[in-house]
Design a protein around this ligand. Structure first.
Ligand code: PLP
Length: 383
């Protein structure tokens, strides 16, 4: 073991005094629960930042995806085509809505849903498509929009990792009928947990807002009324609210976002310089017509490498790592699904290495040197 060993975590939030001060202000305001003044302010700021008409601050991205399908229309007997290479929230949310997820394969270069695979999966039961901005990089929304329009389907953007990304100059969040963001601790901007649903369609936003608070009007509108409005229940809603404590943190994270994007972009460029010549690795790419927010930095390992052994040695040397994300179609929950070879291969060969806005230059150099050493070590050659 080297004397100058470092510990570089895979991900790390960037939070500080500004977030603490914002939380203190919420404590002093007395409104800690959800859908209060801090949430209202955050929703307006976030909608403006992502080019949407309105936003609903939610408990997480999964709840925003569920709400998106409830307001666009998905239920028993319907099929929803979902990008296969993704987090469980995407496929699960289709089942929460009572519909059936049908997975489509992804592009081998940027890992977003392959429009040709979407076309293959359309049946008379298909009602919509959920594209995933893979580790933040937007999918092919021009092609997806054309397919959706031709078949009269709705389109959802799972923008969980995509805060700050753009596609053809338009921000992630403005690329589909509804978009869902995550503010989990591993994402680019975070309140620990949290999410948002955004749309250009004010009526969809209003409907989602109603459903995210048990299907009744929010307490704040009743609190500000001079008479005594008593709501009745005409629709099944949920408690999918973000708390005002989280919203106050998110307002500060939004202010930090340009610096966070800049820091991650610099780290990605540096990794590309330091690892570009390692033959057994495939480095991630960012296409010219979109900007990548680099929520994660995921490298592909050559089949001659034993990924488990690589991960073990990296962790032993203090370099955080993980698999990329999941191939959905192989998961037992979703039943028998046809093979999707690109996604399956990415699920087998991907390895995420440290990526966050707090990486110092010598952290990046340490990670790159260690990856280079480990990949050429005898222990990591597949049997
Ligand atoms: C993280 C993630 C989610 C889930 O976000 P939560 O806020 O934890 O619900 C959904 N989709 C993708 C693509 C993600 O990466």
């Amino acid at each position: 073991m080297k004397g100058n060993m470092k510990n570089v975590p895979l991900g790390q939030p960037t939070v500080g005094d500004e977030e603490l001060a914002a939380v203190k202000a919420v404590f002093e305001s007395g409104w800690l629960s959800g859908a209060g003044p801090a949430c209202q302010a955050f929703e307006a700021e976030f909608a403006a930042a992502v080019g949407a008409t309105g936003a609903v601050a939610t408990s997480n991205c999964g709840s925003a995806l569920h709400l998106a399908q409830l307001v666009l229309g998905a239920g028993a007997g319907d099929e929803v085509i979902v990008a296969d290479y993704t987090f469980p929230a995407t496929g699960h949310s289709v089942m929460w809505a009572g519909a059936t997820p049908v997975f489509a394969d992804v592009r081998p270069d940027i890992w977003t849903i392959d429009p040709a695979s979407v076309e293959d999966k359309i049946t008379s039961k298909t009602v919509g498509i959920i594209a995933v901005d893979s580790f933040g990089q937007p999918a092919d929304y021009d092609e997806l929009r054309a397919i959706a329009d031709r078949h009269k389907l709705w389109l959802i953007e799972d923008a969980a990792c995509a805060s700050g990304a753009t596609y053809h100059g338009r921000p992630a969040g403005s690329l589909a009928d509804v978009a869902a963001f995550s503010f989990h601790g591993r994402k680019g901007i975070t309140a620990g947990e949290g999410g948002a649903l955004v749309s250009a369609d004010a009526s969809l936003v209003a409907h989602a807002r109603k459903l995210h608070t048990y299907g009744i009007s929010p307490a704040i509108t009743r609190a500000n009324s001079t008479d005594l409005p008593v709501p009745s229940f005409d629709e099944l809603g949920y408690n999918y609210r973000m708390s005002d404590v989280q919203a106050a943190i998110m307002r500060e994270q939004l202010k930090r976002m340009p610096q966070l994007l800049e820091a991650r972009s610099r780290a990605a460029d540096r990794y590309a310089e330091l690892l570009g010549d390692v033959e057994l690795l495939t480095l991630p790419i960012a296409l010219d017509d979109r900007t990548h927010p680099w929520q994660s930095y995921v490298i592909g390992l050559d089949p001659s490498l034993d990924r488990g052994a690589v991960a073990h040695l990296l962790r032993e040397r203090g370099v955080g790592c993980n698999f990329g994300t999941y191939a959905s179609h192989v998961q037992p929950l979703y039943g028998d699904q046809p093979d999707l070879p690109v996604s399956r291969r990415l699920f087998d060969r991907h390895l995420a290495i440290p990526m966050h806005a707090n990486l110092a230059d010598d952290d990046i150099e340490y990670v790159a040197t260690t990856v280079r050493d480990v990949v050429s070590a005898r222990e990591t050659q597949a049997a």
